[in-house]
Ligand binder design. Structure first.
Ligand SMILES: Nc1ncnc2c1ncn2[C@@H]1O[C@H](COP(=O)(O)OP(=O)(O)OP(=O)(O)O)[C@@H](O)[C@H]1O
Length: 399
């Protein structure tokens, strides 16, 4: 595993996948990569069906453009593994996959093959390495008692999450994650009819029992404060204050109580960190498989919306657009050191707020996934344009 510390705080990578079965008759667009001082730029050209040739060139904002034959383990070694020492030092490192529908986001973050190490998604490879590292710590501290290291008495280091111990002694987390992914909404897009319409956020955090208990209180309080239930039984974020005075007073009183409890829980967490024996405690990998970017529109009408969508799907598309726009603005505002970071502009950035705030000593990266098919020229260009904006913002952070 690579072990160098990275200097920049937000890097953008491009991952081009091979043509897939459903595209067997598609022609590939031409692309060339230019190496600049530290970054790479990419140019695309295509001969469209109307024989109108199109070209587009990015700026030099990409840390690396992966070739189509690069497997998941290679991408992991280049993008995620170098940040491992930071997580083991208690930092938070965030990784986003961004791209149009069917471009390879889920293939990259979650993966579709759980048996072959080469094809494990980023989160699973990270979990494997975290388990190994935590196991080593546990074995060093309690050699006789630790065979797998995650059911130790208080004071030992743990990874939170419902784990499954296999006969071989291996620890399996993926059932929990797969159950969560099952709940992911899919719909039709311009590319296929199993397009992901929600974002998936996977967190891998190194904690111990005391921290888990203290944190549980915080999570409960945070959710209680920011979520409301609709008559249909759905939980949504409530951006409005209640208008009724009695309700306002009651809400304020409840809020004060929540704040008191939150303070107590926060103090307990701070105490855990003060007395922690391992620097890795609190270290976290966050992997975000964003919903398909087909709807992202920067105001110049460049989104690629499919014709076969229902009104409900169009509504979801608008929400995805809002989320992706807000994410870009958050990265930009942070890069420019703005006093106000617009976390509250979308549910996605509200969810990611604490992860962004925790990355002050960690690393964030975005992997832009693209198809080589000529038919996806506009979608690919939109993805790279978005990545350019995020990459340029990330560059600013380094200076
Ligand atoms: N790098 C790759 N190598 C080989 N196959 C790939 C690669 N990336 C994606 N694929 C294949 O392409 C198909 C679509 O990929 P995937 O489901 O990851 O897309 P997605 O971007 O998550 O789409 P959506 O946003 O619609 O959910 C899958 O069958 C996947 O296995």
């Amino acid at each position: 595993m690579a072990s160098q510390h990275l200097s920049s705080s937000f890097k953008v990578y491009v991952r081009r996948r091979p043509l897939i079965t459903s595209e067997s008759s598609a022609s590939k667009m031409e692309r060339s990569i230019v190496q600049h001082e530290t970054n790479q730029s990419i140019s695309l050209s295509s001969q469209s069906s109307s024989n109108r040739s199109r070209t587009w060139k990015s700026v030099a904002s990409f840390a690396q453009v992966f070739v189509a034959s690069a497997v998941n383990s290679h991408v992991f070694e280049r993008v995620v593994a170098p940040t491992f020492p930071q997580v083991m030092d208690g930092a938070t490192c965030n990784f986003f996959a961004y791209g149009h529908s069917g471009s390879g986001k889920t293939h990259t973050i979650v993966g579709y093959d759980y048996e072959d190490d080469q094809h494990l998604g980023m989160w699973l490879s990270a979990a494997r390495d975290l388990f190994r590292a935590v196991d080593e710590i546990n074995v060093k501290t309690r050699p006789r008692e630790c065979s797998h290291g995650f059911s130790e008495p208080d004071g030992q280091t743990h990874i939170r999450g419902q784990t499954e111990i296999l006969e071989s002694g291996k620890v399996r987390l993926r059932k929990t994650v797969l159950a969560g992914l099952e709940m992911r909404k899919t719909g039709s897009s311009s590319v296929h009819d199993k397009s992901s319409r929600t974002h998936v956020v996977l967190e891998l955090e190194v904690i111990n029992k005391e921290l888990l208990e203290a944190r549980c209180n915080i999570y409960l309080e945070e959710h209680k404060k920011s979520l409301i239930r609709t008559p249909e039984g759905q939980f949504i974020y409530d951006p409005e204050r209640p208008l009724n005075k009695r309700r306002i007073d009651a809400a304020e009183a409840e809020k004060r109580e929540d704040e008191t409890r939150l303070k107590v829980a926060e103090d307990a967490v701070a105490e855990c960190f003060k007395t922690r024996r391992y620097p890795c405690l609190g270290g976290k990998f966050v992997f975000v498989d964003l919903a398909g970017s087909d709807h992202f529109d920067q105001g110049n009408g460049t989104s690629v919306v499919g014709p076969k969508q229902t009104s409900q799907e169009r509504l979801q598309g608008r929400q995805i657009n809002t989320d992706l726009f807000a994410l870009k603005e958050v990265v930009r505002a942070r890069a420019l050191n703005q006093a106000r970071i617009p976390f509250r502009s979308s549910p996605l950035t509200m969810v990611l707020r604490s992860h962004f705030l925790a990355t002050n000593k960690g690393q964030s990266a975005m992997i832009l996934t693209v198809s080589p098919s000529e038919a996806q020229f506009t979608a690919t260009m939109n993805t790279l344009q978005y990545g350019n904006l995020v990459g340029i913002a990330g560059e600013t952070t380094q200076k």
